[in-house]
Design a protein around this ligand. Sequence first.
Ligand code: TIU
Length: 220
Amino acid sequence: MRLNDARPFAYDFDLDRTALVLIDMQRDFIEPGGFGETLGNDVSLLAAIVPATQAVLAAWRQAGGLVVHTREAHRPDLSDCPPAKRLRGAPSLRIGDEGPMGRILVAGEPGNQIIDALAPIEGEWVIDKPGKGAFYATGLHERLQARGITHLVFGGVTTEVCVQTSMREANDRGYDCLLLEDCTESYFPQFKAAAVEMIRAQGAIVGWTATGPQLMAALT
Ligand code: TIU
């Protein structure tokens, strides 16, 4: 398959060797009362990408492609949360504290679940990650290798934190990565714009960019 409108140039992919990776579309970042809000962010901005992401997810499922969902999540005993992460800054609640959606950023809590609109279905992978990047301490690379995956299409939040970190990790591991601009969002619009630009600059130094409708047109 060929996505002719991708930037900075066409993105060729084989559906059987490509996974759609949705980063951290969990309540913690998108709904009030979660980790994103404890950091002082206006979380209402992020919900805007849900319809476009839902459309891509439906089309990808229809086409039969592999779907990977990630969640930024820590074990209940916080043994996988470095103090440097937990103690950084002055959030209103820290990771592991009790919040309105359960313990902040802890696996199994209500706030840690993928939002209903994008809920995983049987056969889709759900990867809990303790870091910002999806490849750190998750075994994701080994699973993708075992499945023969060479290309990754990314969406999710936030663009310049967990999405960009994951794309850079993937790029260094040899994957050809595409970012769907209308399926990713940041609490800081200027950071999203800069991340999108820097990813595709210098001849796709980190990867390609395109929109959901452009990807869906390539799938049909
Ligand atoms: N704070 C922020 O923008 N993001 C995160 O902490 N995690 C993710 O991006 N998922």
